[in-house]
Design a protein around this ligand. Structure first.
Ligand code: ADP
Length: 407
């Protein structure tokens, strides 16, 4: 069966067309600058041949119509007609406390996604615009919502309730939700398969280290704790987000510099993290190059980032008691032996022992690899994430023949 996945951001639409259950990606691409001027599509066919085309996309609906044009292109698309498509998978960032798994979209789901826009004002409205546009173009096939928060919905209250007035949880739904759930869920299942076990039989610590960074403690295959919180700001040091800080700091600086809450929110989200420490770098490749050139702040940012991730590994080892594998994924996790080595430095005593040569070989994001020393009690895996494929798998499991065929 053919499945289209759509990931609508505030100014972009990422898409892919899959054949399931073969998991073959037939084509994919991205429309950039949606709702802005100068929009264009970058489309890749099954052989990764790229074509670029400019067309103004003032709305998500126009962008999605453009995507459908490219997907039904006889040479580069993969399908002749939208009638060949058996289902759509839509990424939705926030599913609140209501959605603990992917669901087929109906009016009630749409109402709830709109309601949760309060909790994810930058994401849910764009996700919804994409859903509405695609449903109009293909009203007769199932559309499935896949929530970033769903895999993390199994956390117990002692992991998700903050030590704040309890009424804030009741009144404003303030709790830890976590994000990147699709990625953590996907790599957890792949890791279990790699270890030759059922997903429910593994305890893992999964580290998604991209521009955004999050860590999940996975107990018996389900999320038990997670580093991101009410928003993606909490947890690890990220490209431009601060991660865990003393909450008194922003209050103090707001007073000192007479800043509004919107200004402070922007600083914590866009001018902190690695950018804040180095003053110039977000991309880890730039940081590694600057370290080589003797930039002390770049070295400091690398040390802070890796140290803080190591502390999370320690905390989640304690939270889980037994860990089968530590799993690295996303841009840095899949490509940077330097980061992985530094993060795991000194963890031998806790049963985590890297093999230097294997670690060095695990680059490129193509292969699932074991990078621990043979005598390491805890395995260390590099598992490339693939959120688009995870969306397609969710659709297949809901409207196709079922997940049992996949794992
Ligand atoms: P996101 O999806 O959050 O934007 P990605 O998962 O694509 O992020 O990861 C982006 C990060 O991965 C960037 O900081 C980039 O520098 C880093 N990265 C990619 N390749 C390498 C590499 N070879 N070495 C170190 N970092 C890398």
């Amino acid at each position: 069966m053919k499945i289209i996945t759509l990931n609508c951001g505030s100014s972009s639409v990422k898409y892919a067309l899959f054949d399931m259950p073969s998991r073959k990606r037939l084509s994919y691409g991205i429309v950039q600058r949606v709702t802005l001027t100068g929009s264009f599509i970058e489309h890749y066919d099954a052989h990764n041949q790229k074509s670029t085309h400019r067309r103004e996309c003032p709305t998500h609906a126009v962008a999605i119509a453009l995507v459908m044009e490219f997907l039904t292109n006889p040479q580069a698309g993969g399908i002749k007609d939208l009638a060949e498509v058996n289902g759509f998978g839509h990424r939705v960032v926030h599913g609140g406390e209501k959605f603990t798994s992917a669901v087929v979209i109906n009016d009630e789901v749409i109402r709830s996604v709109a309601e949760f826009s309060m909790l994810a004002p930058l994401h849910n409205p764009a996700n919804l615009a994409g859903i509405r546009a695609a449903m109009q173009l293909a009203p007769d096939v199932p559309h499935v919502a896949i929530f970033d928060t769903a895999f993390l919905a199994t956390m117990p209250p002692h992991a998700y309730i903050y030590a704040l007035p309890y009424e804030w949880y009741e009144k404003y739904h303030i709790r830890r939700y976590g994000f990147h759930g699709t990625s953590h869920g996907y790599v957890s299942k792949r890791a279990a398969a790699f270890l030759g076990r059922k997903p429910a039989a593994v305890n893992l610590i999964t580290l998604h280290i991209g521009n955004g960074v999050s860590i999940t403690a996975v107990k018996d295959g389900a999320a038990y704790d997670h580093s991101m919180g009410f928003t993606p700001l909490e947890g690890a040091v990220m490209g431009t987000r601060c991660g865990d800080i003393d909450p008194a700091i922003p209050l103090y600086v707001m007073q000192q510099e007479n800043l509004s809450s919107a200004e402070m929110e922007s600083i914590l989200n866009r001018n902190s993290g690695l950018l804040g420490i180095t003053g110039k770098y977000v991309d880890r490749r730039d940081i590694l190059a600057a370290m080589q050139a003797g930039d002390k702040r770049a070295v400091l940012s690398f040390e802070i980032e890796c140290y803080r991730l190591r502390k999370y590994i320690g905390a989640y080892l304690a939270a889980l008691g037994r860990v089968d594998a530590v799993v690295f994924t996303a841009g840095v996790g899949e490509n940077s032996p330097r980061h992985r080595a530094k993060i795991c430095e000194g963890l031998d005593g806790l049963g985590i022992k890297l093999a230097e040569d294997r670690n060095r070989q695990a680059v490129g994001g193509q292969e699932e690899m074991e990078i621990n020393a043979p005598d390491s009690p805890v395995k260390v895996l590099v598992i490339p994430t693939n959120e688009e494929l995870a969306f397609a798998e969710e659709v297949f499991s809901l409207v196709g023949k079922g997940r049992d065929n996949l794992y």
